[in-house]
Design a protein around this ligand. Structure first.
Ligand SMILES: [Zn+2]
Length: 351
């Protein structure tokens, strides 16, 4: 328990929380995967609420372009691992909780270990492959999963509750059977992101995570929030209406965990002696080069060379040269590190 009993007074006044609820929050564990804009806001809300154990996994380092919307970082953190910079900041906000930073690439190999002992999963990722991996984990281990995403002013959030209980819902794969093909959707790094939209999605995810930790699944909405803050639209769609036949779902219906098993994993292979990594996406239906070229042009020169698209881009003080093949494969020169190459792929090509 907190050594400062008045810290949570205003929250304990809520009948949905109370003293018993506050104690539960302190005892249970949240897993935040990805500590960019969404993850920062989720972690801050959970830490201030007295979420007693928060495990944060992120593979990236802080860059200057992050500071516009990633609220746990300051200029002094540039170049430092996000998970550790976030933990230092959260420890200063609330010294009575335990923050477990993991500077790791969340992958099929380490996913179950990182989720062990967690009571709720929060999505702070920037790519669909990791989201489907989180959905597999959620269903296999029976842990509720707060999904969220933001591109430009548009945000989506939904909390999936696995299992057969009274408050269970369809899973992400019931709603979206396969991830979008590589290169088919814009990313924050190519389409931009409107900071206030992040705050709404992260608040919805954190609110749902707190409800889960309180044991109040009855307070979850069973809906997908879908809004565009730049164009003033907002709607809520019932997950039951969005989902197909649950018994036909490969994940929650047939209990096949394609992403966790690695059958649907992208491959990142260092190319010997070339300071380059080849990334092969898990799902590809071919890349729309004109659209991709337009998106990448904001980062540096792009050109078509025969069937290939070549582009240059910088992230922080790192320079990369991308060669994209029509089938979605890409060679990313400028790194030998598979995790870094996967990160660059997710940010610039996407899916
Ligand atoms: Zn399902």
């Amino acid at each position: 328990m907190d050594v400062q009993p008045d810290r949570y007074h205003r929250q304990q006044l809520l009948p949905e929380v109370g003293e018993a609820g506050q104690r539960r929050l302190g005892e249970l564990r949240a897993l935040i995967v990805g500590c960019g804009a969404l993850g920062c806001a989720q972690a801050d809300l959970l830490a201030r609420a007295g979420g007693g154990h928060v495990r944060i996994v992120d593979r990236d380092v802080v860059e200057r372009t992050n500071l516009q919307r990633q609220t746990l970082y300051s200029e002094a953190d540039i170049g430092h691992a996000k998970a550790h910079a976030a933990a230092a900041r959260l420890g200063a906000v609330n010294s009575s909780i335990t923050i477990e930073p993991e500077a790791a690439d969340f992958s099929p190999e380490n996913a179950e270990g990182l989720a062990a002992g967690c009571d709720v999963i929060l999505d702070g990722t920037d790519n669909f492959e990791t989201r489907f991996l989180l959905n597999d984990l959620s269903v296999k281990l029976g842990i509720p999963y707060a999904y969220g995403g933001v591109i430009a002013g548009r945000g989506m959030a939904a909390t999936f509750v696995p299992g057969e209980g009274e408050h269970s819902t369809p899973c992400l794969r019931c709603v979206l059977p396969e991830p979008p093909p590589a290169g088919s959707v814009p990313t924050c790094d190519t389409a931009g992101v409107f900071g206030p939209a992040v705050a709404i999605v992260a608040a919805q995810q954190a609110a749902d995570a707190i409800k889960v930790l309180l044991g109040r699944l009855d307070l979850l909405s069973g809906t997908m929030l879908d809004f565009d803050l730049l164009h003033n639209t907002r709607r809520r769609l019932k997950l039951d209406d969005l989902a197909g036949d649950r018994s036909a779902c490969r994940c929650c219906g047939q209990r096949r965990f394609d992403f966790l098993d690695g059958a649907m994993a992208s491959l990142a292979q260092p190319l010997c002696g070339r300071d380059a990594v080849q990334v092969t996406p898990a799902v590809s239906a071919g890349v729309a080069f004109d659209e991709l070229s337009e998106r990448l042009a904001a980062h540096g020169p792009t050109r078509r060379v025969g069937p290939l698209l070549k582009a240059e881009a910088s992230e922080g003080d790192r320079q990369y040269a991308l060669t994209v093949f029509p089938d979605g494969r890409a060679i990313i020169a400028g790194t030998e590190d598979p995790a870094e190459a996967r990160s660059v792929y997710a940010k610039l090509i996407g899916a």
